[in-house]
Design a protein around this ligand. Structure first.
Ligand code: ATP
Ligand code: MG
Length: 373
């Protein structure tokens, strides 16, 4: 969808559609959002991901205009909107609890905001019709919310938000009210609806799967700050710090010291052995460093590898969980530390590993990430 007001010049000069510039929000004693900056492109779906209380909703509410920043700027298509009242902003927000009007039909719920804005009847009819098609609820237009499933209600709420053609769509925990199974289905539906409409979207979630499947990019937040901003695979595969590595997915962490540091590789020594990693860290030799490895990047074998100088840990299988397409193992290392391992059965050779077996865990140099903060 083209935005005529942005114009070709604006778009060419600056790819940023929404610019958040050194934004801070302090409540009496707490700093809910702490000096964050971010550029979001037109049409991008961006997720703010973090645990409870990290400042996600406060940041979203500042974008919507329900909260006034303590300092900083918000630029939408080049204009600073900080002093613009919420109702004048070309932004629509879907709240954590997206209460539909229970006494109105699906059609009337979607039309509500358009009627209030005094749009001509023909325009309202056309837009509601479009929305019903997009969210695939045309056959349900005459139903009341209580006659719909949770996922269908959620789509009505989204249609109600999109009907006003906002330039920016804000979603606070959009799938929070749905059970797990429905969430997974709805994630993909929601993603394809938003992409089809082409609206720029910032969504808030504490569910990493939701962020990863729905968003083009993610900001991992903690205590009001962005710990890392990147595409889902960047955040998962190359976390920038211990917090992000630990927060996203499962990870094994080994604390040690930096022993070798070259542009294309480094070695970290730990009490469990030595790790050879194929990236440098530009740190100081001897500094504390943590090696992170995802469970699915570990290989297991019964015989000791020929070269066990680096990237090889010996231990005993403590637990094995068989999940059909893969197995999860926990391995006891010396000193009581446990290593989590995920073996996909599509790539498995030979028998499953049994509890009590002595095994060797090995890692490729590109399976490891060294973290220094
Ligand atoms: N109106 C307010 N007055 C005082 N403190 C507030 C207010 N709103 C939020 N806070 C505080 O700011 C911090 C961030 O809150 P926020 O609601 O943004 O968190 P969140 O990341 O959305 O959490 P959740 O996942 O639980 O919704 C919290 O410590 C919260 O207590
Ligand atoms: Mg919140």
């Amino acid at each position: 969808m083209l935005n005529p007001e942005l114009g070709a010049v604006g778009a060419a000069q600056d790819k940023s559609f929404l610019r958040i510039d050194r934004l801070t929000k302090r409540f009496d004693e707490a700093t809910a959002v702490d000096n964050v900056s971010l550029d979001i492109e037109k049409g991008e779906i961006f997720a703010l991901l973090g645990s409870s209380g990290c400042g996600k909703s406060t940041l979203l509410r500042m974008l919507a205009g329900f909260e006034t920043p303590t300092s900083g700027h918000i630029l939408l298509a080049g204009s600073d909107i900080v002093s613009m009242p919420a109702y004048e902003r070309p932004i629509n927000m879907m709240f954590q609890s997206y209460a539909l009007f229970p006494h109105l039909t699906v059609w009337e719920n979607i039309a509500f905001g358009l009627k209030r804005d005094g749009l001509p009847k023909s325009e309202i009819n056309a837009r509601v019709d479009d929305m019903l098609t997009i969210v695939k609820l045309k056959p349900y237009a005459k139903r009341k919310p209580h006659q719909l499933s949770g996922g269908q209600q959620q789509r009505v709420a989204l249609a109600r938000c999109l009907a006003k053609s906002p330039k920016l769509l804000l979603l606070d925990e959009p799938l929070g009210a749905l059970d797990r199974k429905l969430r997974e289905q709805t994630q993909f539906e929601l993603h394809s609806i938003i992409k089809r409409v082409g609206v720029t979207c910032v969504l808030v979630t504490h569910d990493q799967e939701e962020a990863m499947t729905m968003a083009d990019r993610i900001a991992v937040m903690s205590e009001g700050q962005f710990k890392q901003v990147g595409r889902p695979n960047e955040i998962y595969e190359t976390p920038s710090c211990r917090f992000v590595a630990d927060f996203i997915g499962n990870v094994n962490l080994f604390d040690g010291k930096l022993e070798i540091d070259e542009p294309d590789h480094c070695v970290v020594g730990s009490e469990h052995g030595s790790f050879y990693v194929n990236h440098g860290v530009t740190g100081t030799l001897g500094m504390p460093a943590t090696v992170a490895v995802r469970p699915e990047k570990v290989s297991l074998q019964r015989d000791p590898p020929a070269d066990a100088q680096h990237n090889c840990l010996r231990g005993e299988i403590a637990d094995n969980g068989y999940f059909g397409s893969f197995s999860l193992y926990r391995m006891n290392l010396a000193g009581g530390k446990k290593l989590q391992i995920q073996i996909t059965h599509g790539q498995r050779h030979g028998e499953l590993f049994q509890r009590g077996e002595t095994v060797y865990a090995t890692f490729a140099p590109d399976a490891l990430v060294v973290l220094t903060s």
